[in-house]
Design a protein. Sequence first.
Length: 110
Amino acid sequence: MRSGSLRHRVEIQKPVTAQNPNTGSMVVTWQEVAQVWASVEPLSAREFISAQAGQSEINARIVIRYRPGITAAMRIIHREQVFNIEGVLPDAGSGLEYLALPVSTGVNDG
């Protein structure tokens, strides 16, 4: 992966449970983990149809440099749009160069 293709600035967030000071109930909020450079690639029509066969809503792929600790419980914000991470796929070579993140949009928690 060429570093020049990582031209989009995205924010990675993780869910954090906190107590509402007014009601005492536990609520999920989102905390920034990092802002990184990424490649945001919408899936082609063929890839989208193939993804639908697996009953998923995956509609883009975001590629970032390798970063430990990224999980499918996190989400990505790009241009004020929320993307749910559906999986974390390391590169085929060393597994330590970049991560491919299949993502979906739609119903988001937060």
